[in-house]
Design a protein around this ligand. Structure first.
Ligand code: IPT
Length: 947
């Protein structure tokens, strides 16, 4: 019989993808990423790509990469979009580091192990509010326009691509890895150079990259998708970036000021690709990231994401950001961001889940569970509401007929709650069903769907997920609390309906089982008989649905209600094992009937079997943790460079008369820090000149980027401070560069000059990172940092310059600037500070210049817990001083009244020794005498879960 079947089916089977027919004898078929009008396909299998953006360089703790990626996976994401930052790996031309926190093999392996595909985005330009947009600062000193094919830049970017591409290549899908797409460049559509765009792709191909190449166009889709669609530079799958909510976090009531957020279909032969879809915001106005999270909160996500999905049929979605992280060290671009890059994302900088995460999970599990969505066409015959306040948009899968109907307000800004009856010509019949939609909400309703072994005719509840578990289907549907719901299922004969919880009425007629209810708590309905396998229907509110997790393998899925996060699940024999984060609360597991025991995180949880056939238990609250007070501070002033006798003979002579920068200096020599190999943080200058005695003022210009400053001494006498310049040009080439950036004019006090002798001008410039190169015009990016003009009367000045002492082999080239303390290792835990006098930063007067404070604290956090720890500065800081904060040598932030709204700093585990001794060091620069410095500081816990 079996042989006969095989013979009969042979011609048919030949048409199926290879693995089904080859058995074990033949080699594994080539793993392939393909695509068509509707979706990506992996080995011919359609997928809706649901990605979230993650920047490993903003979380310098590889064990936490896994934590974040597991959280992505648990929300239903099937992919992670990764920018790779060139600047993060290359402190100097020809020098590259892919070890430790820069280990991309480890990153890509971790993504694969957590079950996520990868969109690899190596730039070379990435923007992302990173210093230089990801271009290393040394690129400012090579000739040739950045982001072009001009010699100089070409050699530079090839260096990077030729190192990063082989890493990406060996983790590609075709070789068993997770990488399924390669994004060339970033929003490259102004001042473009097709030869450059093409060369990026040629180099990728030459390195063995064989996955489809994409790019992300901004705002108005343009260049690489249409103009260049077939010419040099054209990519296979162009996508569009959409940020409909703007970045106005100070006005979280905004509703799509930057458009409808409907991702354009760029070509007929490719899927609709939302390459970056807004999932948070940069905090341009300094409102704080919680406001950004409101601006881009669940309401926005429901409305804009669902509209996009159903109106455009987008099946390639990548949300920016899934987790933002930290601009630690000198990673950040100075003008738009501060230390935190929390981004108001669904997962906070401290890795905590927010209500936005719940919404991602509701939508993500839906996309994961309901396969027909991967191939849909617009459906003209959409159900019409009998209330003109509401409207619908519909799509249908041409193979299965399954319909997806978006119900929303006709006026997208409406705030009223409206009800209607939908007259719905669904695949299984015509139905009148009630809907109720709150203002600025949207629902995706499904009809004509084979839900496991069931036939869903229509439902006005949204599907979150469903799974075949132990011979029955378990489905989680949900709707707004208080709204009416109707679900119609098809049966051969009247099934048995048992309402286990909640109020649900049922009627059966003509093959239709119709359930009517109001979304309220979690109703449970068991349907048996009727010619189908049993169905457990769980009908919840949005909030109840958010408590569900789906884990386990595709062959043996497990649904879990409760816990803080389910990372994985397995069933062996009579035991369900969960890897989960837990606090106090219920845990309910829907598993095959043989499962009788539950283990969570290695510990037994006592369970009872419920009427729903699930196992119900309780997890205990983790014991509270106590964090130590930060006491025992010691302080020490530095700034010896300000003194005339300081020996600067080993500093670099700043004596160049030319620069490749398009910004030409007003005075010579060229003093641009980058030209002398000093690229970030504090830069010292010492200028020697022979005074006549008639000099009356010191006149300087410095360019630092936003929020930078500089301090000036003459022969050891403090002259004062000035704000650093921001943009030496306006960003558009039509406007000439600012001729007087970051000006500082300092009167020479009587008696300070030494006529006829060596006089020393000492200047400490706090640079804040490099401009981006968003419009690829070189002007913004190559704007210098440091002094750009200097004169003391007319005397010639012999300059020396000093920045960071070298590249920290563990923390990398972006960790340090050139403060005396940094050059001397005062930020490092090993530095002996026992001789430093006791000094409380919050209570000790400051003199102009730099003062360091250090303390240490011992943590003894219990094993098996996740307790993210932060450092909080109490009170409002006074203007005029700024602090660099070092944790165990890592520069984890900048704090000060002049540096933005941030008062709390995340101390990521890994950098933070959770069980051991930790050292905090503060480098405080004061612009003027102040009664006290920053603080007091305290440690705090963002959360506390068992894991
Ligand atoms: C888009 C960039 O592609 C991305 O790198 C990041 O900078 C993001 O913006 C903002 O956080 S650019 C688009 C907003 C014009």
């Amino acid at each position: 019989m079996r042989r006969l079947l095989t013979v009969l089916l042979a011609p048919l089977l030949a048409l199926l993808p290879a693995p089904l027919v080859t058995g074990t004898a033949q080699a594994r078929p080539q793993r392939q990423v393909t695509y068509d009008h509707w979706s990506l396909m992996l080995d011919g299998r359609r997928v809706v790509l649901q990605a979230a953006e993650f920047h490993y360089f903003r979380l310098p703790s590889p064990p936490l990469w896994r934590d974040v990626l597991e959280k992505f996976k648990a929300a239903g994401f099937n992919a992670v979009s990764l920018y790779f930052s060139w600047a993060y790996h290359s402190p100097r031309q020809g020098v590259y580091d892919f070890t430790g926190v820069r280990d991309l093999d480890l990153l890509l392996r971790t993504a694969a192990e957590t079950g996520l595909y990868v969109i690899a985005r190596p730039g070379p330009y990435i923007n992302a509010e990173t210093s230089g947009g990801g271009l290393p600062a040394w690129v400012k000193t090579v000739p040739g326009r950045a982001r072009s094919s001009e010699p100089g830049f070409r050699e530079a970017y090839r260096e990077w691509l030729d190192r990063v591409n082989p890493i990406i290549a060996r983790h590609q899908y075709g070789r068993g890895g997770p990488v399924i797409l390669y994004n060339a460049e970033n929003e490259y559509q102004v001042n473009t150079d097709a030869a450059y765009m093409q060369d990026i792709q040629d180099r990728a191909r030459a390195a063995g990259i064989d996955v489809p190449i994409t790019t992300n166009d901004c705002c108005d889709a343009g260049s690489w998708s249409s103009t260049w669609a077939t010419g040099p530079g054209a990519v296979q799958i162009p996508g569009v970036d959409d940020y409909p909510q703007s970045f106005a976090c100070d006005n979280p009531e905004e509703w799509g000021p930057w458009g409808e957020g409907l991702t354009e279909r760029l070509r007929e032969d490719i899927p609709v690709f939302a390459a970056e879809y807004q999932a948070g915001a940069i905090d341009l106005g300094g409102a704080g990231y919680d406001r950004c999270r409101e601006l881009t909160g669940p309401a926005y996500m429901k409305f804009f994401y669902k509209n996009n999905l159903i109106q455009t049929g987008a099946t390639m979605l990548s949300y920016y950001m899934g987790f933002g992280g930290t601009n630690w060290g000198w990673l950040g671009q100075p003008n738009d961001v501060y230390t935190s890059y929390d981004y108001g994302a669904a997962i906070t900088e401290a890795r905590r889940l927010t209500p936005k995460y719940d919404e991602f999970k509701r939508q993500g599990l839906f996309l994961e569970s309901v396969a027909p969505l991967a191939r849909t066409d617009p459906l003209a015959a959409r159900p019409v509401p009998d209330n003109a306040a509401l409207t619908t948009v519909a799509r249908a899968n041409p193979d299965t007929g399954t319909q997806f109907v978006l119900v929303r307000h006709a006026d997208r800004a409406a705030t009223s709650t409206d009800t209607a009856t939908l007259d719905w010509a669904a695949p299984d019949g015509r139905y009148q069903v009630p809907v109720r939609v709150a203002g600025r909400d949207a629902h995706v309703l499904v009809a004509g769907y084979d839900l496991g072994g069931q036939r869903l005719a229509v439902s006005t509840s949204e599907i979150m997920t469903h799974a075949a578990i132990g011979g029955r289907d378990v489905a989680v549907l949900y709707g707004t609390a208080g709204s009416p719901g109707a679900t119609v299922l098809r049966y051969d004969s009247a099934p048995r309906v048992t309402v286990l919880a909640g109020r649900v009425t049922s009627t059966y007629a003509g093959g239709d089982l119709r359930l009517d209810y109001t979304h309220d708590g979690l109703a449970r309905v068991l349907v048996t008989g009727g010619g189908r396998r049993p169905l457990l229907l769980l009908l919840g509110t949005d909030e109840e649905a958010a408590a569900f997790w789906r884990a386990g393998t595709a062959g043996q899925p497990v649904l879990v209600r409760g816990t803080e996060l389910v990372r994985s699940a397995s069933v062996t024999g009579d035991t369900v094992r969960l890897t989960a984060d837990t606090a106090a609360g219920e845990v309910e597991v829907f598993a095959p009937p043989q499962a009788r025991r539950l283990r969570v995180g290695g510990a037994d949880v006592a369970v009872t079997r419920t009427a729903s056939g699930s196992l119900l238990g309780v997890t205990r609250a983790p014991a509270p943790v106590r964090l130590p007070a930060l006491t025992g501070w010691r302080g020490r002033a530095e700034t010896p460079e300000a003194q005339p006798g300081f020996d600067d003979s080993r500093w670099t002579a700043a004596d160049r008369t030319t620069t490749v920068s398009p910004h030409k200096p007003r005075t010579l020599p060229v003093l641009y820090a980058d030209d002398y190999g000093f690229h970030q943080g504090d830069i010292w200058y010492r200028g020697h000149f022979t005074a006549t005695g008639a000099e009356t003022s010191v006149d300087l210009n410095a360019v630092t980027g936003l929020r930078g400053d500089y301090l000036v001494w003459l022969n050891g006498r403090y002259l004062g401070a000035a704000a650093g310049g921001v943009q030496a040009d306006s960003g558009d080439q039509a406007t000439p560069p600012n001729p007087d950036p970051g000006p500082g004019h300092f009167a020479v006090p009587a008696g300070v000059l030494r006529p006829g002798a060596d006089n020393v001008l000492a200047v400490l410039v706090a640079t804040m990172g490099h401009n981006d190169d968003w419009i690829a015009d070189d002007l913004r990016f190559k704007q210098p940092r440091g002094l750009v003009a200097a004169s003391v009367g007319g005397a010639p000045i012999r300059w020396r310059v000093q920045g960071a002492a070298g590249v920290d082999p563990v923390r990398g080239g972006l960790n340090n600037g050139g403060l005396y303390g940094e050059r001397s290792g005062w930020h490092l835990p090993s530095h002996p500070d026992r001789s430093w006098p006791a000094a409380d930063p919050a209570a000790t007067p400051l003199t102009p210049g730099v003062t360091w404070y250090r303390t240490s604290f011992r943590l003894g956090l219990p094993e098996g817990r996740d307790v993210p720890v932060g450092l909080r500065a109490a009170g409002e800081p006074s203007p005029g001083h700024r602090a660099l904060i070092f944790l165990n040598g890592w520069n984890i932030g900048r704090y000060g009244a002049d540096l933005g709204p941030q008062r709390e700093f995340t101390l990521p585990a890994g950098l933070l020794k959770e069980r051991g001794e930790n050292t905090l060091a503060l480098a405080v620069t004061a612009e003027r005498p102040l009664p006290a410095g920053p603080g007091p500081f305290e440690l705090f816990a963002y959360g506390n879960v068992r894991r």
